[in-house]
Design a protein around this ligand. Structure first.
Ligand SMILES: *Cc1c(COP(=O)(O)O)cnc(C)c1O
Length: 433
């Protein structure tokens, strides 16, 4: 096993993903290619659903934050597993619709929904809008009134938590493009505006404090602040908030230095905390919603590349260049995100070589990692970067006119193309002149 139990080494010394030989997958589908172990995603959905129903009752609905990995097949999978979803744009809504995802289980997020987004989402009949700000609320109310409907909404609230200092830093997160802050009084203002708006039914509150969080404390702080605010709303407006969406953000193991968390026990902990805060603040337990993205799909993925040039610069470093890079995985360039890499055809050999993994764009920041431990690499090797299921394909670009890789789903010894490889022709499809 390497990091996660679906990454292993077979008798040929090759890396396997969900039991399938990564070198054979690379031969069959070409490189670069995203490989996804479907069983891992399904098992994660089931873990969230089972835990949420156990802790919050049969009507609990975990949402898949679909910006993490978005294509029609993933929406079909989420629908089959009984999940709800988050969408944040007209394009994600359209993709979900094409996949036949039930609209009433869609929560529509985003800090700047256009008028067209609002109309399209209402045409589809999305279950809830998560309203970010007063301007949006006015636009939504106008459109709902025109249609003679009452649109169910949640309000996005900024509780003022910095998950990485593990404190409620009341000034820190007020300065955000997302939501309305409790500390400035703007959260209470938008609650009152929602209650007074035609065509709007205020159902709940939403907060999302960050991503790749391994500790319970930031969630506990957020729950406490949000429940206190729900009690304030009850006192000041005589209105009971029925849904509390605590966002996503559970951490994933990308390297040997990360912990692995049990989502089932984290959900049990959150439930216990929410129940006790509700008791303290004397409010009824709301329907609690979680919306994981990364933790449902990240570990299921790996990206396969072919090694090209290997350049050793004496007394500096070794560069191993692959046939992909920041266009298929911009996360190192954006955030210095850490990954684990394996030479798939030498997976049984020790990782005793250090290298900077470089992409092939005209950009010195086009790296997949620095100072990474690898097996000794040579031109023609197949290199796998593990745990790329989240925020890779969904963030991919065509920079340098590099076509996007395909997404291949493996399950029980079968591999299927879920998204085909882009062609050069696809690249000029919209070029008119
Ligand atoms: C990104 C996002 C999520 C998912 O976050 P993960 O860290 O991927 O779990 C959930 N809710 C909102 C509003 C988000 O923006």
């Amino acid at each position: 096993m390497i990091l996660h139990k679906h990454f292993d080494v077979n008798e040929k010394g090759h890396l396997t993903i969900g039991g399938m030989d990564a070198v054979e997958l690379a031969e069959r589908f070409g490189t670069p290619a995203y490989i996804l172990d479907e069983n891992v995603i399904r098992a994660n959905c089931r873990e969230y659903l089972t835990a949420a129903r156990r802790e919050f009752g049969e009507d609990a609905l975990p949402l898949y934050a679909s910006k993490a990995l978005c294509f029609t097949g993933i929406y079909k999978l989420a629908a089959e597993e009984g999940m709800g979803i988050d969408c944040v744009s007209g394009g994600e809504l359209f993709t979900a619709k094409q996949a036949g995802f039930p609209a009433e289980r869609i929560y529509f997020h985003g800090n700047n929904k256009t008028d067209r987004d609002i109309r399209d989402a209402m045409d589809m009949g999305v279950g809830r809008f998560v309203v970010d700000n007063p301007d949006e609320l006015r636009a939504l109310s106008k459109e709902a009134s025109k249609r003679g409907i009452r649109q169910g909404i949640l309000l996005r609230i900024t509780p003022g938590i910095d998950p990485h200092t593990h404190k409620a830093v009341v000034t820190g997160n007020i300065d955000s493009k997302f939501g309305s802050a409790i500390a400035t009084g703007q959260a209470m203002d938008i609650v009152k505006q929602a209650l007074a708006s035609d065509g709007i039914e205020l159902i709940g509150l939403h907060c999302h404090i960050g991503s790749q969080i391994f500790d319970l404390e930031p969630f506990s702080d957020a729950a406490n602040i949000m429940i206190r605010f729900i009690a304030d709303i009850k006192r000041e407006c005589g209105y009971e908030i029925r849904e509390l969406n605590l966002g996503g953000g559970f951490g994933v193991k990308y390297t040997e230095y990360d912990r692995e968390i049990s989502y089932s026990s984290a959900i049990a902990d959150i439930a216990r905390i929410v129940r006790s805060f509700c008791k303290t603040h004397e409010i009824a337990m709301p329907r609690v919603i979680l919306e994981p993205g990364r933790s449902l799909v990240a570990a299921a993925g790996a990206t396969l590349y072919t090694v090209g040039s290997v350049k050793e610069i004496p007394s500096f470093r070794n560069y191993v260049s692959v046939d992909g890079g920041m266009p298929d995985n911009p996360r190192y360039a954006l955030y210095q995100s850490q990954y684990t890499a394996v030479i798939a055809n030498k997976a049984d050999k020790p990782r005793d070589y250090r290298a900077t993994l470089a992409g092939r764009c005209c950009e010195s920041g086009d790296l997949l990692g620095e100072n990474m431990e690898l097996q000794r690499a040579e031109r023609g090797d197949i290199l796998a970067v593990l745990v790329t299921g989240a925020y890779n394909y969904s963030m991919a670009s065509n920079y340098n006119r590099i076509p996007r890789p395909p997404v291949i789903m493996v399950k029980d010894g079968e591999a299927r193309v879920a998204v085909r490889r882009e062609t050069y022709k696809d690249l000029i499809r919209n070029d008119v002149l």
